[in-house]
Design a protein around this ligand. Structure first.
Ligand code: C2E
Ligand code: MG
Ligand code: MG
Ligand code: MG
Length: 286
């Protein structure tokens, strides 16, 4: 009976896998036409100084504008694009579009602030530093105005390739941040050697601050470690004033979160950049 059950379970999983493969294939086709039909958008979330709440940069976040359905979040389709390989042309589009937008803002006389784009593990594996640089150069941008965000997982998947790409990017002046820091399993010995500029503390740790003792220790330790390694540090997912106060108290100088600004379309990001909104002032309670 056990064997028969096992056989049936096997058939069940095989069907599940086949269903998933079919779903992925269908979604992959939709994503490819979405790119041709210009249905992808970038929204921009401000990175803000904790010292004076001034705007210090943006992260570009991908959205799929499905006609009649509204914006679809990247969580719904990035994993599939990563799985099918479509992430490579899609990721190239994201970088190109962020550079195009950055160029347009500079041409409008806006103050230069870096724009960050997310590079998925598979995209990183299939591209060289030269590939990324060619896209940045196409728009005549100073490389230090573009930042690439990669996860620990992307580095650990192919350490040799990642190390050489990151080293070349650094030599070119393109900034690199490790995203969702603390959730992966990169070892400290690699972190020490990684040619990166910034650590972004994952939202899951910021969530528990300041109440949860463990989260508070992890966050203050990451900030201190970044400082010792000479890296910038950004706290992600800051929603509450108490979190910002804790971070400031522990010498974290930059935050990104709903407290200081949600991701917005390019025209609203321009409002933040231009004189129309001088500072993203958030009051600090007495
Ligand atoms: P991420 O790179 O860690 O981006 C931060 C995510 O946290 C964004 O979600 C942002 O909207 C959200 N967020 C920011 N502040 C807060 C906050 O205060 N509270 C909460 N609850 N959430 C906040 P989003 O835009 O849905 O993106 C999710 C993930 O999808 C990103 O995480 C990134 O890993 C991936 N992604 C987004 N755009 C791209 C892209 O162009 N390429 C690739 N490869 N991945 C992307
Ligand atoms: Mg990111
Ligand atoms: Mg993140
Ligand atoms: Mg995240």
């Amino acid at each position: 009976a056990a064997k028969r059950l096992g056989g049936r379970r096997h058939a069940f999983f095989r069907k599940e896998l086949a269903d998933q493969a079919r779903r992925h294939l269908a979604l992959d086709g939709e994503l490819r036409s979405a790119l041709v039909n210009r249905q992808f958008r970038l929204h921009y979330q401000p990175k803000v100084s904790l010292i004076d709440y001034s705007l210090e940069g943006f992260e570009a976040l991908l959205r799929w504008d499905v006609p009649g359905q509204g914006m679809v979040s990247p969580g719904e389709f990035i994993p599939v694009a990563e799985d099918t390989g479509f992430i490579v042309p899609l990721g190239d589009w994201v970088l190109d579009e962020a550079c195009r937008q950055q160029r347009a803002w500079l041409d409008q006389g806006m103050r230069p602030v870096p724009v960050a784009v997310n590079i998925s593990p598979r995209h990183l594996r299939h591209r060289t530093a030269e590939d990324f640089r060619r896209i940045v150069d196409r728009h005549g941008l100073p490389p230090e105005l573009i930042e690439l965000e990669i996860t620990e997982g992307a580095v650990m998947q192919d350490i040799d390739h990642a190390m050489s790409v990151l080293a070349a990017l650094k030599a070119m002046g393109i900034r690199v941040a490790v995203d969702d820091f603390g959730t992966g399993h990169s070892s400290l010995s690699y972190l020490k050697k990684l040619p990166i500029t910034t650590l972004k503390i994952d939202r899951s740790f910021i969530n528990g601050v300041p109440q949860e003792r463990e989260d508070a220790s992890i966050v203050s330790t990451i900030i201190a470690m970044a400082d010792m390694l000479g890296l910038d540090v950004v706290a992600e997912g800051v929603e509450k004033t108490e979190q910002a106060n804790f971070l400031r108290h522990h010498n974290c100088t930059q935050v990104q979160g709903w407290l200081t600004g949600r991701p917005v379309p390019a025209d609203a990001a321009l409002d933040l950049l231009s004189k129309r909104l001088k500072s993203l002032a958030v009051p600090e309670p007495a």
